[in-house]
Write a protein that binds this ligand. Structure first.
Ligand code: THU
Length: 132
């Protein structure tokens, strides 16, 4: 799958965002080594801390279906409808990505409907906390 196609899957996943409190619509698409794609959206809650980010929704879907080998993640988020600027993963999501992915793992942040910025996990989370 191309990077552009993974970004398109993340954009499509935003359709399902449940965000009555923030109006931030976030979608994620996680590409597994076997070619499977797991999508996720943010799922908010009246008890704000119970909110799930799109990235963690996608990881939970993959892990719970037995897939733990990942090659790339795309994230598309915005305040309101228009994607302009991009939503890099929050700190908690970066830590969750680090649980399953190597430092050179690729994260694509969609910055407009047809553009993205590319990061490695180590750029987003240097000196990640890991247990041996
Ligand atoms: N959000 C995500 O889905 N992913 C992130 O990495 C950053 C934040 C969501 C959570 C909440 O529903 C909204 O964006 C505002 O924080």
């Amino acid at each position: 799958m191309t990077k552009e196609a993974l970004c398109a899957a993340a954009i499509a996943a935003r359709q399902h965002a449940y965000a009555p409190y923030s109006s931030c619509l976030v979608g994620a698409a996680l590409l597994a080594a076997d070619g499977s794609v797991y999508t996720g959206c943010n799922v908010e809650n009246a008890s704000y801390g119970a909110t799930l980010c799109a990235e963690r929704t996608a990881f939970a879907k993959a892990i719970s279906e037995g897939n733990r080998q990942f090659t790339m993640l795309a994230v598309a988020g915005s305040e309101g409808n228009e994607i302009n600027g991009g939503f890099p993963p929050c700190g908690i999501c970066r830590q969750v990505i680090a649980e399953f992915c190597e430092p050179d793992f690729t994260v694509l942040v969609v910055t407009a409907p047809d553009t993205y910025k590319e990061y490695t996990l180590s750029e987003l989370l240097p000196a990640a906390f890991r247990l041996s």
